[in-house]
Design a protein around this ligand. Sequence first.
Ligand code: SF4
Length: 441
Amino acid sequence: MTDLNGLTFYIETFGCQMNENDSELIAGLLAAAGARKAERFEDGQVVVVNTCAVRGKSEEKLFSYLGRLRSWKKKHGLVIGLAGCVAQLYREKILAKNPDVDFIVGPDNYHRLPEILSHGLGLKPVMTSSARDWNEDERQPFMRESLVSAYVTIMEGCDNFCAYCIVPFTRGREKFRPLRAILDELAGLARDGYKEVRFLGQNVNSYKDPETGALFQDLLKASDDIKEFKWIRFITSHPKNFTGEIAKTMARSKKVCRQLHLPLQSGSTMVLERMKRGYTREDYLETIRLLRSVMPGISLSTDIIVGFPGETEREFEETMSALEAIRFANIFSFRYSPRPGTAAAKLNDDVPFDVKRRRLLEVQKRQKAIQTEIHEGFIGRTIKVLCLGKSKKDERVYSGRNEGYQVVNFMSERNVIGRFVHVQVKDCGPYSLRGEFCGED
Ligand code: SF4
C-alpha cells in the first residue's frame, strides 16, 4: 500500500454530478493512503483539478483557475494534477501549454493516483485510457461530501454519440456495474444512515447488469426493498431509452421520487435529427404524457441547447413552445459551442453569437417566469423536505430538497440536518422556496 502520510490535498471540481462523484472517489483513495483533505487550495500541497470537457465554458473556467494555481505555485510551491474529461481528451496539448501541470490522470486511472504522488514530482505521469469493462476494485473507497444523500454510480460511458457531445470520446463506451456490487454499496450506505441515493450514469436507462442481464427497472425494484432509504433518484436519463416499463416501475415504487431529469435539448424534430438524438419532438411529448398519466404532479427538469448549427428562428420557437407546453420545474440551458472531434464540429456553426445569446436569454427569461409560477403554487402548502445542510448564504438557515427536487430554505431552532421535516411554504423566488419549519416527519 502506498503511503502518503502527512500529505495534504485539495480537489477542485468542475462539471457534472459524475465529476462530483469522481472527486469523492479521488478524495477517498488519497485519504486511504494517509493523505489529508484541505478545505482551500492554499492549504494543500497537492491540488487535483477535476475537469470537464462537455462545454467550452468549463474549459475556459479551467484555464483561468490554472492561472491562479500557477501564481500560487511560484510563491509557495504546489503539485498540480489534472483529472477528468479535459485531462483525458487534451492531455498533450495541456502539458505543452501548461508546464506547471505535474500530472494528468484520466477517469479509468484514479486508483493509481497514490502511486503517481508517491513517485514525486518531475515525472509528468500521464495516465489516461478508456477501459472497456467495469472494474469494481478500482472504485473504492469514497470520501463523500454529504452524510445524507449519496451518489451511486451504476454505469459509465455512452454509446449514443449525439452530434455535439464529447462524452463518448472522454468516458468511452457504456460499461455497467454489476447489480450485486450496487446492492452491496446500497447496504453499506443504509448502515451508515444515508436517507437518499442518487444513481448516476451518462445514460442510466440503458443499464444492463453484466452478470444477470437485469435492466434498469429491475435495479429500481431491488433498491425499493432496502428499507432504510426513503428517497431514490437517478440521473441522467435518455428519452430514447426511457421505456414505459421504467415509468410504471417509478409509479409503483414507494421510494423513487416523482421527479425526473429528461434532457430534451431542442423542441424541434429537425434539430433533434441533426443532433442525432434518436427521438422526435412528438416522441418526447408522448413520454411526458405517459409520465404524467402514471405519476400526476411529477416534477420534470431538462437540458436545452440553443443555436445548434442550422437552427432557424422557427426551430428555436419550437423549443420555446415545448417549454410552454411542458412547464419544466427547472432547466439547464446552454449556448451551443462546438467540441473538437465531435460530428457537429464538422457542421457550419452558422448561428451568429448574438443570435445564440438572444435565444439563450429568451429561454432563460421564459423559464424563470414558469418556475416562479410553479413555486407560487406551493405557497401555503406544507411539504416534506430532506434537510441536506445549511444554506451557503446564511449559516442560520437550513436547506434541503422536496421530492420534486426544489430547494427549500427554512429556519429551525434545532439541528435537523439529515432529517425529513415538514415545512410550510411562505414565500418563493424562481430558484427556491422559503418556509417555516413545522416539525420532523
Ligand atoms: S446521450 Fe448524448 S449527450 Fe448524453 S452523454 Fe451520450 S452522447 Fe452525450
